[in-house]
Design a protein around this ligand. Structure first.
Ligand SMILES: [Zn+2]
Length: 361
């Protein structure tokens, strides 16, 4: 079986004194692993140069303000929590919230004061955005520190009313370190229609997103948060019926935001493609299987790991637990569906009009 190698695997290998040339020639490389190997080769004049890469990784880590050695909790002394809230580490995260909010507004994924963001900063603590502020125009000092019950501990502005959903997700999914909620129009349109986007059409969507649909409840209520939290074990992108989308990441806020860009671009592309009057092509289940291997190596959740190949790309039939006895659609002539009926009607009307034009002059 081919092994999947990620950029992180290569960095680990180099850090532990290994040689990047020892990566098996038939390994499946993630795109970032391929980039890293190419960069190392360029730097080393054909041969990877381990010391330089390790130095670069160390410099990057040193540049970022680090979290406290022992994570704080809501029970930590108030003075400690206050110092933490004003630490360089939190200042950096607050700046990230400002920046991602600016990108959400710039891409028209939020409207009015809609949308909200949260970052886990301790065992039961999160930084989040304030309510009643446009996400495009926040300042670092607007951000709030809350405990996992939703109580606001610090911050002069009031925390978002939708924080409960973010916290319920983090409680349910221990890997969730950051989440983004907004109302991007194309993905939200799928959520309003109650339709899960079909799969096997664009690789990036398959690798970065694992999408599910949560039923509608009033925003900000514990019921809404629970319905979303029930899905985060195996999904990182939740369409919220008649509302919007929420994504989470086990790496950082920016990755949760990327997920939002990717699901929105995917839904937009599908809607444009649907207008071209041609059937949409998909890639094969085998090709999806390769993408899922990459996805798993990146640590992203997905409900399809371990499914048989024939279950992977069947957009009409796919359900967890289906048997593979359903005959392929390519077998036999296409059944007379609504499309061929519609064509027949159009043809009949056209014939009648032509006959009238000929007869009536
Ligand atoms: Zn919302």
């Amino acid at each position: 079986m081919k092994t999947v190698v990620s950029a992180r695997d290569i960095e680990e290998l180099i850090r532990s004194g290994g040689d990047a040339n020892s990566v098996p020639a038939d390994a499946i490389l993630t795109p970032s692993a391929r980039d890293l190997l190419r960069d190392l080769e360029m730097e080393g004049g054909g041969k990877p140069k381990p010391a330089a890469a390790a130095k670069a990784a160390a410099a990057m880590a040193a540049d970022k303000p680090q979290p406290p050695a022992k994570p704080l909790t809501s029970q930590s002394p108030k003075a400690e929590l206050q110092a933490f809230f004003h630490s360089p580490y939190c200042a950096d995260l607050k700046q990230q919230l400002v920046e991602i909010g600016r990108r959400l507004w710039g891409r028209a994924y939020v409207d009015g004061n809609g949308g909200n963001l949260a970052i886990r900063v301790g065992d039961d603590l999160a930084l989040c955005t304030p309510t009643l502020v446009s996400k495009g125009f926040m300042k670092p000092e607007d951000m709030c520190l809350v405990d996992f019950a939703g109580n606001q501990l610090f911050g002069s502005k009031k925390r978002t009313s939708e924080i409960l959903m973010h916290l319920q997700m983090m409680k349910q999914q221990p890997k969730d370190v950051a989440s983004v909620h907004c109302h991007p129009p194309y993905a939200t349109a799928f959520a309003v229609a109650g339709v899960l986007p079909p799969t096997c059409m664009i690789p990036e969507y398959e690798v970065f997103c694992a999408v599910a649909l949560a039923p509608y409840r009033t925003p900000g209520t514990p019921e809404m948060g629970k319905l979303v939290a029930d899905l985060v074990d195996k999904h990182n992108t939740i369409l919220m019926a008649n509302h919007g989308v929420v994504t989470w990441s086990h790496n950082n806020l920016e990755e949760a935001y990327w997920r939002m860009e990717i699901v929105e671009a995917y839904c937009r592309t599908l809607m444009v493609a649907a207008q071209l009057g041609k059937p949409m092509n998909t890639f094969s289940s085998g090709q999806l299987k390769d993408l899922l291997k990459i996805k798993q190596s990146l640590g992203f959740v997905d409900p399809r790991y371990g499914l048989r190949e024939c279950e992977l790309c069947d957009n009409d039939e796919w359900r967890p637990g289906v048997t593979c006895a359903v005959p392929g659609k390519a077998d036999g002539p296409a059944p007379a569906g609504p499309d061929s009926e519609a064509e027949a009607v159009v043809q009949a009307v056209t014939d009648q009009i032509l006959a009238k034009m000929k007869g009536g002059g």
